[in-house]
Design a protein around this ligand. Structure first.
Ligand SMILES: Cc1ncc(COP(=O)(O)O)c(C=O)c1O
Length: 436
């Protein structure tokens, strides 16, 4: 059987080389994406191997990934799930568990966050009846403004849940100070920032819980996938419970009786000895992923450091070339202790620039360079969030500026020198057409 498998995998390698051989990129004709999956035959071999195992649900590859991912971040445990949005949902859900006793979050409790970001950082807060407290962001980082944080804390505030925007670490020193002072929970949305560091420590290793996403534009991909990490064994068990139907039992898929007490305990008003496999301690979900996804992730994880350094190199190249336009753009900035793992290169058009964001974005897109806005802009202005219960601490002036004037372009490892040269030339041509 092994021989047959080896022959299949050999063909897969061959297939990769033929089917995905480098395609010629033509300036101005072939689109330059803002991000995308970067892979080779190793991901395809893992995927097919998982297919041949035909285990289908989370299995050996998921276990390997959880172990390696936790080790990479220096955390005790990682829990894979089917998306970054699910990871965010699980992280918030976990904090509502009755197993946390007096530290449990209740409907009406406040969670500090930003309105400048991705909707599924905010959504679980609303879905669990918690009240978001929106704090404005800083113009160069688009991260929560640490100077406003302390004042945002009110009598009902129980948690902070913020993203490291586009791979740029938040001011974690200020966040941790406020978190400790007010005994708050802290969740990091690390979906866009895998590989970033603050004070030399990886983001995703600071919060009581942190989340990751493995959707294709992200630093590593599984197609769809996400993870929650924590050092707290109780939080970990709660996350796993919410992920796995809400069950109390923690047996891996296909296993029975790992606790050794499957038929000897009593729960709630169930009959004594009721099968632990079917005891539910949370109103849960099924947010597991498949082993095929995890198998792709295992191959990607081995390349993470090289992906991160290529993102940084591409960012630096763009920064060196585009900083000459600083009279027209607010350029990206980072906290002094931060080493971002850039997801994109932000440019905020200044009020007195001789062009608008629409002008430059239209020009770039017409020239086949992908642009993106900062996700939902000011989420409070989105139709979905009309009428939600919330509090704004101060104003959201910068969030509105980000919504009105900011866009970003890619720095992902699939960009070649040639492509970056072209992007830089296209900016120069745009500025020339505006009298430079
Ligand atoms: C900051 C942030 N959080 C969460 C998510 C959701 O991740 P996913 O697409 O895997 O659900 C995204 C989206 O990509 C994101 O940018």
């Amino acid at each position: 059987m092994q021989k047959l498998k080896d022959a299949i995998l050999k063909k897969v390698r061959l297939y990769y080389k033929q089917a995905f051989a480098e395609k010629k990129w033509r300036p101005g004709q072939t689109y330059i994406p803002y991000a995308g999956r970067v892979f080779d035959e190793r991901e395809m071999v893992n995927l097919v191997e998982a297919g041949l195992d035909f285990w289908l649900t989370a299995g050996r590859f998921a276990q390997e990934f959880e172990r390696e991912f936790a080790a990479y971040l220096g955390r005790e445990r990682a829990y894979l799930c089917n998306s970054g949005s699910s990871a965010n949902l699980l992280a918030v859900a976990a904090l509502t568990s009755s197993q946390l006793g007096r530290r449990r979050l209740h409907p009406g409790d406040e969670v500090i966050t930003t309105a400048c970001g991705f909707p599924t950082t905010l959504n679980p807060v609303l879905q669990y009846g918690l009240v978001p407290v929106f704090v404005d962001v800083k113009p160069g980082t688009c991260n929560i403004d640490p100077a406003l944080l302390s004042k945002a804390v009110g009598a009902k505030t129980r948690a902070i849940f913020v993203p490291h925007t586009l791979g740029n670490p938040c001011a974690l020193d200020a966040i941790l100070t406020v978190t400790r002072k007010h005994k708050l929970w802290f969740i990091e949305d690390n979906c866009d920032a895998l590989g970033a560091r603050f004070d030399g420590k990886l983001t995703g290793s600071f919060g009581h819980l942190a989340t990751g996403s493995f959707y294709p534009p992200h630093h590593i991909t599984m197609g769809e996938g996400g993870a929650v990490v924590t050092d707290d064994p109780l939080l970990g068990r709660i996350v796993a419970s919410f992920r796995d139907w809400g069950r109390d039992c923690w047996c891996a898929p296909g296993q029975d009786n790992s606790c050794g007490k499957r038929f000897s305990r009593t729960f709630g008003s169930l009959p004594p000895g009721y099968d632990h496999k079917y005891v539910y301690s949370h109103v849960g979900y099924n947010l597991k992923l498949t082993d095929m996804q995890a198998a792709v992730g295992c191959a990607q994880l081995k390349k993470l450091e090289s992906f991160v350094s290529r993102r940084r190199k591409n960012f630096d190249r763009l920064y060196a070339a585009l900083s000459q336009y600083r009279d027209c753009f607010v350029l990206p900035q980072h906290e002094p202790q931060a080493e971002p793992s850039w997801f994109g290169f932000t440019l905020m058009v200044k009020k007195d620039a001789p062009f608008s964001r629409t002008d430059i974005v239209t020009y770039l897109e017409r020239n086949k360079i992908a642009t993106r806005m900062l996700f939902g802009g000011n989420l409070l202005r989105q139709p979905a969030y009309r009428g939600i219960k919330h509090r704004v601490a101060g104003t959201l002036k910068t969030t509105d500026r980000v919504m009105n004037d900011l866009f970003w372009i890619g720095v992902y490892p699939g960009l070649t020198e040639e492509m970056l040269d072209y992007v830089i030339r296209t900016f120069a041509a745009f500025f020339k057409s505006h009298g430079r």
